[in-house]
Ligand binder design. Sequence first.
Ligand SMILES: NC(=O)c1ccc[n+]([C@@H]2O[C@H](COP(=O)([O-])OP(=O)(O)OC[C@H]3O[C@@H](n4cnc5c(N)ncnc54)[C@H](O)[C@@H]3O)[C@@H](O)[C@H]2O)c1
Length: 346
Amino acid sequence: MAMTVKICMVGAGRVGKNHSDAIMGYVPGAQITAMVDPADAVLQATADEYGIEARFNSLEQALDRADFDAVVITTPTFTHRELALQAAAAGKHVFLEKPMAMNLEECDAIIEGTRKAGVHLQLGFMRRFEPEFAAAAERIAAGEIGDPMMVKSNTHGPGLPPAWARDLRTSNGMLAEVNSHDWDCVRWLMGSDLNRVYTEIADFKGKENNVDTPHFYDNVLVNIRFESGGIGIISGICPCGYGYDARTEIVGTKGIMQIGELKGQDILVCTNRDQGLVIPIQRRWQERFKQGYIGEFHHFVECIQKDQTPKVGGAEGRMAVAGVLAGTRSFLEERPVYMKEILEGK
Ligand SMILES: NC(=O)c1ccc[n+]([C@@H]2O[C@H](COP(=O)([O-])OP(=O)(O)OC[C@H]3O[C@@H](n4cnc5c(N)ncnc54)[C@H](O)[C@@H]3O)[C@@H](O)[C@H]2O)c1
């Protein structure tokens, strides 16, 4: 029988809780044996909810005192490099949430640190494990819609992200926090790297939400030219108010493929004629991508048990960060930005 993979959850916030739910509820090959968060109230609440006894305020303490094979890092972006390197140096496999890091130097350090330590590195791109995204990617690669010509990928979220996540200095802002998945998916589904991007941003709700971080935006639209000659857009809105909306459309030379829908449940309700028909919408990312979160941890655990390389790792994380940096430079400098400016450090 395969060994049970023992996991230390690093970060007990929104995603730490979401991933604890996926692992403890649906991944029999894994067990969370320790949890880390410097915010004690958050740590106690999440650890209580999932019955995790070994609780620490730093990864260092957990490495000293607890028994585990891997870490799942669900902390703010600016902490990713240090935590991933610390875990790798101690011989722990690393599952790292997106965005991989703040810049390409940090991504390279994580790739090199995990490689040197001989541990696996998987990035938290759960859409790759969400059944309809995975099926679409396979069918596009098999040529079902011909050569991909155009992609439209949107992620619109209902609420304002935490303060660190909307600040360019600690997260690279919404293009990173909300649209990391789009940067990864458009490359994956189009089967091509990006060549050039041009970004427009807008701020409609910052004032009413008392946001005073420089360059804050709550709407973003990126135009993309791919190396293949294809074109595309990424759109982000947060907070959009109406629910959680992640939909992608790819048009090929022979046909079209649409992934996802606004509708959240297969139910229509009508209780009075003034209200009309009510169709429930997707409300939260935790529900929208539940299968993807479970799938990504099944994969991570299997890769550790069978000593196989995860199918989404540092290279993909690094390219998504490069997209974020190009997209951000584009709106700051009000011009199209070539990916090679970022990738070649110009
Ligand atoms: N895959 C997804 O769908 C998805 C969704 C939302 C967020 N994220 C990503 O997950 C990560 C966390 O986001 P979140 O929304 O949970 O943030 P959050 O602010 O809700 O939680 C982060 C937690 O990390 C803790 N923390 C900070 N420094 C730490 C350290 N050194 N060691 C241990 N814990 C530390 C904080 O105290 C906090 O409780 C980010 O990288 C974010 O971009 C991914």
